[in-house]
Structure formats: structure tokens, C-alpha cells
Design a protein around this ligand. Structure first.
Ligand code: AMP
Ligand code: MG
Length: 192
């Protein structure tokens, strides 16, 4: 089975994936951005993953995106891909899973994980390792709405099933509760 997991930057996908590793045996978990960054480093001397959106011309960005999809598509067995339904580039929404990409990845499931914008802003504030744009709660919610449309459009191409995990109204009762619940949800997909 192949599952594509999308959530806004700063949602905590990396943390979720660490929990998934403890729950699901023999699944390969790959980060689309890592694959792109490897290629971008070699070709453009990009120094961190957040520079890719800003420093690479869009036609080159498309090629790197395709190369990353090609490499991920060749991984056999159960695979989870940590990626984005859309990426904010130059103030607009660029598709993370256009036909060219999603038809290579061939996911069975596209899982959207959504949060209260306040939670995402708080998580971004606590992560000093990244160079993310400053956004308002409204910007974040608009992006989450856009991502639903992008996910449905992608699923229509690849004949995937869309799952939505909406944590907007779920306040955490302990640290990392959202990440654990999301990991449980993903682990369950592999049991069905
Ligand atoms: P992340 O670590 O998940 O925030 O990803 C880092 C960067 O990788 C993103 O900001 C994008 O520039 C790029 N990226 C990740 N997934 C995709 C995708 N499906 N299409 C295009 N760019 C992507
Ligand atoms: Mg991440």
C-alpha cells in the first residue's frame, strides 16, 4: 500500500512519522522534500530545504519535483510519503501533487491532516531549525482549504481515496496527543 500524507508546514508530520515507525513494521517512510533537497543541493547549491521555494526558477522546480517523484515511485513495498498538497510559492498555491507527480506516486490513499491555525503557528514558533514565512491564522486556514481542493483533484487523477483527519476542534490533553492519534490512524490504514 502507498499512502501520501499531507499537512501544512509546521503541523508536525515529521513527529507523526516517528510515531508511525514504532507502530508499523516494514513500511518505508519518505519525505518528498528530502528527495527534492538532495537534487536541489547538487544542482543549485541550495543550502536548506526552505530555500527551494524561493531560489529555484519554477521550470527547474518542476523538474526537481518530477525527479523526486520518479525516485520515490521506484521504492517497492509499503510506502508512506510525507509531502504537501500545495506549496505557497510567490504568494500563490503551487500543486504538490499535479497529475504528472501523482500518476507516478500512485497512492492508494491521500490523507489530509488539518489543525487549528493557532496550533500550527505555535508549532512553527517552537521550531527554530526552519525558515518559514510569517503567516496569519487566516493565511493558514485559506491554505488548508486550498489543500482540500488540491487533494481531491490529485485523487481524481490517481483514483486514490481521500481521508481527512480534522483536529481543528480537538484540544490536546497531553503533549504530542495529535501526533499519536494521527500515527494510530495511519497504522490502522495498514491493518485494514
Ligand atoms: P517539508 O519539509 O515537508 O516542509 O518540505 C520541504 C520543501 O520541499 C517544501 O517547502 C517544498 O519546497 C518541497 N516539497 C515537498 N513536497 C513537495 C511536492 N509534492 N511538490 C513540490 N515541492 C515539494
Ligand atoms: Mg516535515
Amino acid at each position: 500500500m502507498r499512502v501520501v500524507v499531507v499537512a501544512l508546514a509546521g503541523s508536525g508530520k515529521t513527529t507523526i512519522m516517528n510515531y508511525v515507525r514504532e507502530r508499523v513494521k516494514d513500511v518505508k517512510i519518505v519525505n518528498f522534500g528530502d528527495f527534492m533537497f538532495e537534487i536541489a543541493k547538487e544542482k543549485f547549491g541550495i543550502e536548506n530545504r526552505d530555500e527551494m521555494r524561493k531560489k529555484i526558477p519554477i521550470d527547474e522546480y518542476r523538474k526537481i519535483q518530477e525527479e523526486a517523484a520518479e525516485r520515490i515511485a521506484s521504492i517497492p513495498g509499503d510506502v508512506i510519503v510525507d509531502t504537501h498538497a500545495s506549496i505557497k510559492i510567490g504568494g500563490g498555491f503551487y500543486p504538490g501533487l499535479p497529475a504528472r507527480i501523482v500518476s507516478r506516486l500512485k497512492p492508494d490513499i491521500i490523507l489530509l491532516i488539518e489543525y487549528n491555525p493557532k496550533v500550527i503557528l505555535e508549532r512553527r514558533r517552537k521550531d527554530p531549525t526552519r525558515f518559514r514565512e510569517i503567516e496569519s491564522e487566516e493565511d493558514i486556514e485559506q491554505h488548508q482549504q486550498a489543500n482540500r481542493y488540491f487533494a481531491f483533484a490529485a485523487a481524481a487523477v490517481s483514483e486514490s481515496t481521500v481521508h481527512i483527519l480534522d483536529f481543528r476542534n480537538k484540544v490536546e490533553s497531553r503533549p504530542f496527543e495529535h501526533a499519536e492519534l494521527a500515527a494510530d490512524y495511519i497504522a490502522n490504514l495498514f491493518r485494514k
